[in-house]
Design a protein around this ligand. Structure first.
Ligand SMILES: [Zn+2]
Length: 467
């Protein structure tokens, strides 16, 4: 088997920081040894990387992406091919995307469709969650089979009536099933029924600009839905619950309260809520449309609560909810009616660097950066320790990260298939230089050296946080 050695770097995992060399055989890590030790010096390999002055970190695990997602009469602009390539550029080596069940169809139909989209196209490994749009006796039975097969998480929506929305009864049934079969229920927690009333009233009053998207999707309606989801999971016997893309301080408080009760409730947030705000949504000339996503960006004051939640583990994962739509031709569908702006932001390429910037800004420790971006998402979704760490036996998904390189985020230089950057002009320090996926270089020295189809599908175990 071909051997690779990464020498002289600072290896950072969620657990520790050590000056060590890393030995890879084929697709896996086989050993770490102290840099300069006789053991490390004795290693020979076909390929050697010198990581002097750099970090050697596990590849990022982005547990929330939407490549090619059909939405609002259009579709997310990154394919699995372009999106996974961009992810690799940003130091992410695993994504978990969402297969979608259509109303009236089986889970299997949706899963097959997404396998077809992804297979042979990904530069990095990928798993799939299942969006349940139609909770029926049949689809509940299918959940058991999917959990056995490695699709172990199911997303439900309390928002988007008429599209993805499930009422409380359907949510309860799915949670009961998840409590039995170990499937993790992922919840989009916003009260979509109430939001739709406010949307209608805003439009009738002539309030059509992008910023009203943020105003009608009230913080209280996120907090209320989060509270309701938690209580439903308790009624379902303590079924595990993962709240996606938390943005409001009041929702963080609901999750914190549930966790203090010892419930299996977990929270996720995304870089856009940590670095952007309603100020962006209010940008003139329809530019605010670039920042339309749901849950929406919140006033800047909420950011402190999110950072605090990340430190206290009331928020345990940072994913991107990557769901890009071009400004020209896609976001523009909502000119004159904010409710027609496709919901979603690009970010799969930016997450690792933004969180490293948060380390420099004093929000997180280096190990917590790796925990939030690599280890916990891998554990949460049943991929650890194959993914999310650097240890003997783990897949050699490794990033050599230069913590000193400075650059400016921009649509002119990013690799996502979208015509704007949500972080245009932002100065960043730190960047992935070399990215390995199962031992093979995908990015090296400023070049893409991977190939579509290298990435394989990852059947997953159940969440490793459940007791
Ligand atoms: Zn999403």
């Amino acid at each position: 088997m071909p051997r690779t050695v990464i020498r002289n770097g600072l290896v950072i995992t969620a657990a520790e920081e050590v000056h060590a060399d890393v030995l890879i055989e084929g697709e896996r890590v086989v050993a770490l040894a102290a840099t300069g030790s006789s053991a490390a010096q004795a290693w020979t390999a076909e390929t050697e990387y010198d990581a002097t002055g750099r970090y050697v970190i596990p590849g990022g695990v982005d547990a929330h992406t939407h490549m090619e997602l059909p939405f609002g009469g259009t579709a997310a602009s990154d394919t699995f091919e372009t999106g996974t390539r961009a992810a690799a550029w940003g130091g992410t080596t695993t994504i978990i995307d969402f297969a979608v069940q259509s109303v009236g169809r089986s889970l299997r139909d949706g899963l097959d469709t997404w396998h077809t989209k992804a297979e042979g196209n990904c530069s990095i490994d990928y798993g799939l969650h299942m969006i349940m749009s139609d909770v029926t006796e049949d689809s509940l039975k299918e959940m058991d089979i999917l959990v056995e097969e490695g699709v172990t998480s199911f997303k439900l929506f309390m928002a988007y009536p008429g599209v993805f929305y499930s009422d409380d009864g359907r949510i309860l049934r799915a949670m009961q099933r998840g409590g039995d079969n170990g499937g993790l229920i992922m919840m989009h927690a916003e009260n979509g029924i109430a939001i739709d009333v406010l949307v209608e009233q805003a439009l009738a009053a002539g309030r059509t600009d992008p910023r009203y998207h943020g105003e009608v999707r009230r913080e209280l309606l996120e907090a209320e839905a989060t509270h309701r989801a938690i209580q439903l999971s308790r009624v379902a016997g303590g079924a595990p619950l993962y709240i996606v893309h938390v943005s409001a301080e009041q929702a963080v408080a609901e999750i914190a309260a549930a966790r203090r009760l010892g419930l299996n409730v977990f929270g996720e947030t995304c870089p856009q809520y940590l670095f952007l705000s309603t100020d962006n949504l209010a940008e003139p000339d329809f530019e605010g449309a670039k920042y339309v996503c749901s849950t929406p960006l919140r006033p800047r004051e909420h950011q402190a609560a999110l950072w605090r939640g990340l430190r206290t583990d009331d928020l345990s994962v940072v994913s991107t909810d990557h769901c890009p739509f071009c400004f020209n031709g896609q976001k523009e569908l909502g000119r004159g009616d904010f409710s027609k702006i496709p919901n979603g932001l690009p970010g799969v390429e930016n997450r690792m660097d933004l969180l490293h910037q948060a380390v420099l800004d004093g929000h997180l420790s280096r190990r917590r950066w790796i925990e939030l971006a690599c280890a916990t998402p891998a554990r949460m979704f049943g991929l650890y320790p194959r993914k999310g760490t650097i240890a003997p036996g783990a897949d050699a998904d490794i990033v050599i990260f230069d913590p000193h390189e400075r650059y400016t985020m921009s649509a002119a230089t990013h690799h996502m298939n979208v015509d704007y950057s949500a972080y245009e002009g932002k100065q960043i320090t730190g960047r992935a230089r070399t990215v390995l996926s199962r031992g093979a270089a995908v990015i090296h020295d400023g070049e893409y050296v991977g190939r579509p189809g290298h990435g394989t599908y990852l059947p997953r175990g159940t969440s490793q946080y459940l007791i």
